[in-house]
Design a protein around this ligand. Sequence first.
Ligand code: ZN
Ligand code: ZN
Ligand code: ZN
Length: 477
Amino acid sequence: MVEDFEKNQIIVDKNVVTYHSLKYFIVELNDKLRPDLFIKYDVILIDIKEEELVSYVVKQIRTHLNPRIYLMPIFLLSTTDFHEVVINELTDGALPSINHLDSIETKVLDIQANIERINHPKVLSFEAQMINRTLNLMYTRNKKVLNPLPYFHSGIGYYYPELSINFNHRDENGALKILDMAEQEGLFQSEFYERVYVCNSCNGGFLNYREVCPKCNSSDSVSQDLVHHFPCAYVGPIEDFQNTIDDQLDCPKCNKTLRHIGVDYDKPSVLYTCNSCHHRFQDYYTKAKCTTCSTENDVEHLVPFSIKRYIMTKKGENVAINGYINIEKQLETLSGTVTIDIFKVLLQYEIQRLHNIGYSSNIGYVHLEHAAVVAGILGLEKQKSLMNDLVQMLRSNLNPSDFVSFYNSSTILFSFVNTEFKDAQGIISEMKELSERLLTKSFEKVRIEIRTDVTALNVSSKVETAINHMVFPLAKM
Ligand SMILES: [Zn+2]
Ligand SMILES: [Zn+2]
Ligand SMILES: [Zn+2]
């Protein structure tokens, strides 16, 4: 009985609350916020009384590099509904006080169980990281649909919380490009929702549309009706017909008094007069002035983006668990490399050749550490060209008959056919040195570590096992 009582007791020690098997941390404004330390807890509680704190803390957590932190359950301590849509999407719920921990416990355990199922492969490209983070967050919350939220604080007017949170206001449209990519990869299906137009200079979505003078671009103009007098065919602005005494209209050409609109005259159009240059015009230009960078955009030159709803596919769900490494696809096309499937076929032949007496063959790899850091600095295109340089350089150390493939975005596989193991070792250590030199040249501030290894093949080698066994130590890092 006593034990049961203790188990059901809420233990509060400063900001840490322990209840059942879970540790909750209550964030306070005066704390020096150290999201890295959140890893010690199971759940983060944020008191919404300190409103400015809420967005800040949520952003710190959801954009953290460590998956154990960015996926953490976050709940708001609140007795009323919280109306910030984005925060509501990025948090897991609310409870009035720590006396109600029972109400969220199942959800917390559910999220934790989902997090346990997820693998986090090392990915090289920024785009792949973003796709993984988004899918991970959705999957752990059993969320299948990514809805665009109309959002005042968004640079493009719409926000996909799980993804957009990673972007600065100014390059938020990058989120759309990533979603596009994920859709092309079959991770999402989409439904059209809305079309937005952004500034062609800064991609800002806050545009001021207005009618401007075709001569001087000023939006300061006045309009008046254009009058057409049927009997004499005179056409002129209404002021030509007006007098200072009464409302009567008299034709300046034939001096007759105008009687009824539609009978002896009509108003076919409107005439604008520019207050800035006094130019008179019937057709104005429509321009969109960007409120961010002040560029005056011609409406036909605005950049259109489709805003869509994204529905996670089965493949997307699978990728949410196993991780998405898109870059292989792009690296496959690098000259001098073969796809991993072809690599395996060629390796199979190589193993057959080992039946010849005196024939020896090996495989090896070059692996980039901290690939994610590289990706963050470089972006996809530059990263591709760096990997290209690396492959071309390493290729020159091999025999023409050797084959090269990407095992994943940060690991390159090589064959050393008809080569003694010792010689293969020599080549790979030379490769390591060359790679380090190239990367040091490319990154002055970041130190990229290179790992290499080489394995001799024998007649009983199985292709899959040989490769997996060789690269296995990498998976543990
Ligand atoms: Zn007239
Ligand atoms: Zn003007
Ligand atoms: Zn702009």
